[in-house]
Every structure is written in C-alpha cells, then in structure tokens.
Design a protein around this ligand. Structure first.
Ligand code: ARG
Length: 744
C-alpha cells in the first residue's frame, strides 16, 4: 500500500474517534453506556435505557428470543406468545413437516385455529439477566502463568460459577452461559429460561418466503417475504415446560407493538437479537489467510455438494422436499464465502487492518509500553503462519469428511464412546443401546437419499485425497484409493450396494439381527471415519492447538491495547444478545449507482419468471398477482404512493444468528424483521463498512399483508397491538444522512 493513502487512512481513523454516530457495534444491552446512549438519542431514539434493558422490570429484551439457543432470533408480538421470525429460520420445521401430499414448503402453512399448530423442533431462549463475572472468572489468574495454566484456572472458575447459578434449576428449562468478551479481557454470565413447547402457526409459500432464492440471496434490491410465525407455550403457571397438548399460550413479560405507520429515510432503527460470530479484530495476516486459502476451499467443496444434491432433487419432488433444508444450509454459506473473499479484496480490508496494526505499534512505543504489548502482533503473526499448514486439512475434514452424511452419522452414533459400541464391546445386553440408536436412525433416514450420500461420499474422498497433503491422510485412504483404481466413485458405488446404512429398513434389520463388534469394525466406511477422526485429532487439532494459545494471548493483548488507545468498539459477536442502532438509509454501491432504501410489490412483479414450476426462484403465486392487479393492499400500502412495501434497508450492524431479529423504531415498535446483509459489504463480519453496509429487512406491512390479505389469517392480526399512526406529538426526528465515516 502506498504510504500516502496510508496516512490519509490513519487520519480518518483518528477523526473517527471524535465523531459520535450510528456506528459499527453489536452492543451488549447491559453495557449501554452514556456515550452510546447519547449517540442513540442523536439518531432519534425516544426510549430510555431502562426501557431497552432492565434486569428486574419488563423491557424490550423480554420480547426477544434466541431460537434453539441462537441459530436465529425471534420476537414476541402478542399477549398470546405469538412469535415472528424469518421463513429461513422456520425452514427446518416447515421442511420436516412437509410431504409430497402436504407440501408446506411449496404451498405455505396456516393454522386457522390453535389446535392446528404444529410442534417445532427447537425451543426458544428468553434472556433472564446478564452479570459481569470478570473478577470471579479471572480469580487466581496472573500475567506470569502459562496459557495452559491460565485456561485451566478460567475453566475451573467458570464451572464453579455455572454450577452455583444452576442450583435448584432444571437443565431442561434453565441455562447458564459464561462467555469471554474482548478476547478474554472480560467475562459475562447469561441466564436463560428455555421454553421447549414452540409451535408453527403460519408460513408463506417459498415463492414468497424465499422469493429470489439463491440468486437474490445476500443481495439488494430484495423482494423476499422472509417471515414465519410460531407460538410459544407454557404450563398452567405460565412457566417453561416440555411439549404438552394441554399447555397454554405463553403470556409474555413484553410483546412488541407493531407499527404500520411506515418507515421513512432517516428514521431511527434499532435491532436486538443474537448475532452468532464476527471476527472484527482479525489481523492483516488472518485476512490474507482467509482470502487465499480458507474460503476458496470452502467454496469448492460446497459447490460440489450442492451440484450432487441438485442432481437428485431435480429428479424427484420427494427428494427435493427431503433435501430442501440441507441444501439451503450449504448454499447460504457457499455464497457467503464467495462474497466475503471478493469483498475483502474490493474493500481493501487487509490494508485497513495494516493501518490499525501500525497505529497500535506506534501507540505502545510512544507510551513506553513495549514490555506489555510489544510481543502481541508477533505472537499473532507467528501463530497464523505456523498453523497455516492445518487450514486445508481442517477445512476438508469439516466440510467434506464430516460433510458426508454417513460418516457423520457414524462419528456421532457409533464411536467408541457410543452406548452401542460400548455394549458390543463389553458383551452386555445391547437392548437399550439399540432403542437409542434406532430412534436416532429414524430421524436420520426420514430425510435421506442414499444416491446423494453415495455421490457425496465419493466426492468427499476424492477431494480429500487430491487436495490435502499426504501427511494428513489416514493410511486406509491410500489402500482404498488403489483398490478403487484411483477414483473413489468406484468404491462408493460398490459399498452402497451392500451397506445396511442405505435405508432405515436395512439398518434396523442389521441392528436387530446381525450387528456384532466384528461386523461393525469390518465395515470400510466405519474404518475410514475412525481413521479420519484419529488423524483429525492427533495430526490436525493437537499440533494446531499449540499455536492457538499463542494466538489467543496475542489477541488478548492486542484487543486490550486497542481499547486503551480509545477504540470504542464492541466485542465480537458470540451468540449473546446485542443491540445495534442507526437509521433507515439507502446506499450507493458503485460510482453513479444509487440504491433506494425500500422495495415494493412492483419489483416482485418485475422479477417474475412466468412458469408452471412453483419451485422456480422467481415464480409468483397467482393469488399474489390477483392482489397486485386489484391493488388490494388494505391498510398496508405506502401512504406516499399507495404501493405495497416489501423490504427496506438500515445501517444496522448484524450477522448470522440475527436472522429474524426485530427492527424497532424510536418508540419501541416493530417495523420490520431483519433477514440479510448486502453483497457489497460481505466482508462486514471482518471489517464493518459504514458507508455501504446495510441490513435488509422485511417491512412488517408486507408481513401483515401476507398474513391478512394473502392467507386470510386476520385472527392473527387481531392478536397484535397494531399502531397505525406515526408519533406526531414528539419533535420530528427526520435527520440528515449521516456523514460518511470510516470505521476502525
Ligand atoms: N443470507 C441470509 C442469512 O444468512 C439467509 C437468506 C435465506 N434466503 C435464501 N435465499 N437462501 O441470514
């Protein structure tokens, strides 16, 4: 990088610390400091900090849930436990309950009465409270300890604290998590109430909920009605409990009012939810490694898996339903990694990181703090360099080997520690082990296609054999390779002709009548997964972990130093509740290109591809077309021009896990449901781009329109507290577009 641009960047970085604005930051609600709150007020918020988070009284946080502990977020929108999230978050439940006769993926699902709701396969977590436990976790820890001793001490302290907080509570309905923040400089404890009785209430057809499919995924302008409704149930005392037909709808501490008054450019927008993970402190060396090695490998493996799934999904409706959810999972991050590596380069992230690293070095030198911080960057650089040889084997093990269904099933259910293996080994009665295993097998084989799995197994072995250095090959791999004449396809074809792992019926018969320790251990795929796992543990993870402790130490010091330098930056996402504030805003993705901040139903129609294939990414259902023709939008149309709003943008800072999070206006009312980020800022998990990074949300008016006008489920609207007018009693808060700011 030329030094002149480096100087300009540094100046901008320094300047940034003086500008208080809507910013990068997935902030912990409990740590809502004065400075941040002042910025929020500047952006237009009309709520007090206590209305956002209060450990003792009801506040916004009580309306927010983590689905399954954090794979997505949801919000409570009625006094009867009605919960709104994304279609792609409910997708697993919708898929699992779909058959060729009742294809809820294609046709949607609406429970017209509570008795018709369908149990979901996840529970929802309500945050009880957050406690700062830094002191107790770091008790007995000092700077002279080895990293190993330090980790051990911390683990002991955490387990003691967790045990104490759990006393007298049931594991089923109460959870305690202690998590590190700022690379182990701080620790917070989170307690949760878990409601395991959650039921599917309504889902639009995929032609609305997933409109645009993979083509539009991670992109703006967007026309997806990415929402689904669930309901949370509780026992007679309104407490969390397991599923029971007689449970009652949960009466929440707080339910978000829903505003259909509309959104305008510059309006305050805040999102609360459960971002999963970010790597915002990643150094320039880490960026280089990600762009050049790790992400291309992930993309390559995922693409092959997707092709093999699609080949069979296109042949049969049954397979298409069975693999819809698996396909969507692989595909979402296939495109994510393509976008991330592309944008890390386009947005010059490596250079921006270098600037931060040199200001850090300058800072500790000027302040004579070399003793404490002088080694940090070298530790990081060396550990990245040293562990780089494990990147490829690690990625290939995770994505290809453990990405093969049969291998993963064996790893999870038949390892040496599994009840079945133990029973066979000890010669004890395997009856219980069989029951457990067959239970697992039943759900595994429900959505299973042996041809796909066979082809993926062959591809996984070929990929690993050809792309991973020989020193990380299990010895059996070469033997099988030779026997199958250099192509694992031959091996997989032959193996799948006789394996009991190809259907539930064969598997059950084998388990009930034939399984012996010898027959299990003679199975070649069983032997392969066992050897792969052993190599993974001893030749990949073990040697890599030596570098991990240097890396963690370096990062802890680096991040601590950056904070002391005055960099006011949130801790990386870690599946804990965060909020991000900002405004509804458009953006300019490229020279001479301007993207408006909202989309309408006109755009859905413009993208339409006329086809009979209801699963086409751009198929528009007839009913939606009729409503469009009749302009029958009810109270959900835009006041400005009568068009039906679909999506909108805001400059909030979110990531995976935030999907389904509420977008809340200045008064604490729901205006949308967040579901994606934009292509130009796909590097955002590693470096926030304030000028171009946007959150994409479904406008809640589109959601209500689909529920009400499309599905005719107006009884659900009646449950909600609908706000129809904007707040004119308070000073208008329309703001100028914030000045462009360079993030740090
Ligand atoms: N990219 C979105 C996210 O990760 C998921 C969008 C799902 N839609 C789709 N077409 N796959 O949050």
């Amino acid at each position: 990088m030329k030094s002149i641009s480096k100087i300009i960047l540094s100046l901008l970085l320094i300047l940034q610390s003086f500008i208080g604005r809507a910013d990068e930051g997935m902030w912990l609600p409990m740590l809502l400091g004065e400075e941040t709150y002042k910025n929020m007020v500047e952006c237009g918020i009309r709520l007090s900090p206590k209305q956002i988070y209060d450990a003792n009284n009801s506040s916004l946080k009580d309306a927010i849930v983590a689905l399954g502990g954090g794979f997505c977020t949801g919000e409570i929108i009625s006094e009867q436990g009605l919960m709104l999230t994304n279609h792609h978050c409910g997708y697993g439940t919708i898929q699992a309950n779909s058959t060729t006769e009742h294809d809820y993926l294609t046709d949607g699902f609406w429970a017209m009465k509570k008795a018709d709701e369908i149990p979901a396969d996840f529970g929802v977590w309500f945050l009880d409270k957050i406690t700062d436990v830094t002191e107790s976790v770091l008790e007995g820890v000092n700077d002279d300890m080895s990293e190993t001793d330090r980790s051990k001490k911390i683990r002991e302290n955490i387990s003691r604290l967790t045990k104490k907080a759990k006393e007298g509570k049931s594991d089923e309905t109460f959870s305690v998590k202690v998590k590190p923040f700022y690379y182990g400089n701080y620790y917070y404890m989170f307690t949760y109430n878990i409601f395991n009785d959650v039921r599917l209430v309504g889902a639009p057809p995929s032609s609305i909920g997933k409109y645009g499919g993979d083509t539009d995924n991670w992109m703006w302008p967007r026309h997806t009605g990415d929402f689904t409704l669930f309901r949370v149930y509780a026992n007679d005392s309104n407490e969390p409990c397991a599923y029971d037909e007689n449970n009652k709808p949960y009466d929440p501490k707080h339910a978000l009012p829903v505003s259909i008054a509309g959104v305008e450019e510059g309006d305050y927008a805040m999102i609360m939810g459960y971002p999963g993970s970010t790597d915002r402190y990643l150094t320039s060396w880490g960026v280089e490694q990600a762009v050049e090695v790790e992400q291309p490998a992930r993309v390559k493996i995922r693409r092959q898996k997707l092709d093999l799934m699609e080949e069979e999904m296109n042949k049969s409706q049954k397979t298409r339903i069975q693999y819809a959810s698996k396909h969507a999972r692989v595909s979402n991050y296939w495109k994510y990694f393509i976008g991330q590596s592309e944008q890390l380069v386009n947005n010059n992230v490596q250079q921006k990181k270098e600037v931060i690293e040199s200001s850090f070095s300058e800072w500790y030198t000027n302040n004579k703090l070399e003793d404490k911080y002088g080694d940090a960057l070298a530790l990081i650089e060396k550990s990245i360099e040293g562990s780089s040889k494990y990147t490829i084997p690690n990625v290939y093990f995770q994505e290809a080997i453990a990405g093969s269904e049969i291998m993963l099933f064996m790893i999870r259910n038949l390892s040496e520690r599994s009840p079945m293996y133990q029973a066979l080994k000890s010669g004890s009665d395997p009856a219980d082990a069989k029951t457990i295993l067959l239970e697992k097998a039943k759900s595994y084989f429900k959505d299973y296609n042996a041809t796909i799995d066979k082809n993926i197994l062959a591809a996984a072995l070929n990929l690993y054999y050809n792309d991973v250095p020989k020193e990380f090959h299990p010895s059996l791999l070469a033997t099988v390779h030779k026997k199958s004449k250099g192509d694992f396809t031959n091996f997989a074809n032959k193996y799948f002709k006789k394996t009991p792992f190809s259907s539930y019926e064969l598997f059950e018969e084998w388990i009930n009548n034939k399984i012996t320790l010898k027959s299990l251990e003679k199975d070649v795929v069983y032997q392969l997964q066992k050897e792969f796992l052993a190599v993974y543990r001893s030749k990949i993870m073990m040697p890599k972990s030596a570098f991990d402790s240097d890396y963690n130490k370096g990062m802890r010091l680096f991040v601590d130093g950056l904070q002391k330098m005055g960099m006011n930056k949130a801790s990386d996402a870690n599946s804990t509740m965060r909020f991000t504030y900002g405004n509804v805003l458009p953006y300019d993705p490229a020279d001479a290109v301007h993207y408006d901040f909202y989309t309408t139903l006109e755009g859905v129609m413009q993208k339409e591809v006329i086809t009979d294939d209801k699963n086409h990414e751009f198929y528009v259902p007839q009913r939606l077309k009729d409503l469009f023709e009749a302009k029958d939008y009810g109270p959900y149309a835009r006041k400005e021009d009568g068009k039906l709003p679909v999506g909108f943008l805001s400059n909030n800072d979110i990531t995976g896990g935030n999907s389904g999070s509420p977008v809340i206006n200045a008064y604490g009312e729901l205006i949308g449901t967040a579901f994606d980020g934009n292509w130009e800022a796909m590097s955002g998990d590693i470096y926030f781009e304030p000028n171009i990074q946007r959150t994409i949300s479904v406008d809640v008016r589109y959601t209500l329109f689909i529920i009400d006008k499309y599905a005719g489920a107006s009884h659900l609207i009646d449950e909600m507290n609908i706000i129809t007018e904007s707040h004119v009693d308070l000073p208008a808060q329309k703001k100028e577009k914030p000045e462009p700011v360079i993030a740090q």
